[in-house]
Write a protein that binds this ligand. Sequence first.
Ligand code: SF4
Ligand code: SF4
Length: 289
Amino acid sequence: MRPFASCRKNGSAARPPSARLFATWCHNPETQATKQELLFYQKKCIGCRACESACKTHAHRFENGTHEIDRTLCNDCAACAEVCCTKALAPAYTNKTEADILKDVQKDFAFYGKTGGVTLSGGEPLMQPDEVLNLLKALKSRKLNTAVETCGFFRSGILPRLVPFVDLFLWDFKDSDDERHKKFVGVSNTPIIENLLHADRLGANTVLRCIMISGVNMQKKHYKEIAALWHRLKHCRYVELLPYHAYGGAKAVALGRKDNGNIKMVPSKEELSIAADYLKACGVKIKSE
Ligand code: SF4
Ligand code: SF4
């Protein structure tokens, strides 16, 4: 039984422009854009050329036994994905209304039990704050547990309305060093920490999720700051250490981008246990993989 069904980023309306942040190491690059994108998994392609006929912009190229997509011609309409029988082509997301999502959730109702529920994930679900709030209200009215995975970077005004409908926030804390945060994530960590403290004052239950990236943030100074933050939070259940992995690289390639996976940033077991031991010694409740 899965404790939480995962409800991905899709809402009823087009996603509104909002502040976004992309970590350099992001393993879900298909959730970054606010417009549709086409994923192409070359290894799954059997060369049937059905996509070529479906594409009005002639973006598919079959030359010298290879199949390429000219992304400069592609308007991400996803018509080619509809005819691809091997799922080598796929749209990055599917639009769903609140009713669609509730229908999907309802299908698994028998499996949720007392502790199961729905996790809103992404991307960043709070890029669509009103849609997320309405969905959470609908889920709570069906007596389902709710969780929200967030990077913490969103407009704080939503928090007082949001917190009563969220049983648990899975809150990213990528780096305590603000300069490094700006360099690798693209924004300051200050609003993320402020939002977290604000949510905590409102009584929000949280799990602090700290990605561990070798050669970037696996330093005692960072662990000390994690511990300091933990001690400021009254409702944080535990800190989760998430080792970086390089699997997102394949999806970046499928989007026609550079492979962003970097095996050198995967932490060793020893590095992870040093981090966990340090935090435990600082009085932090830890969950590590
Ligand atoms: S429709 Fe799919 S399997 Fe067929 S050529 Fe296009 S990508 Fe390959
Ligand atoms: S997404 Fe649309 S424009 Fe792009 S390759 Fe497919 S059919 Fe052509």
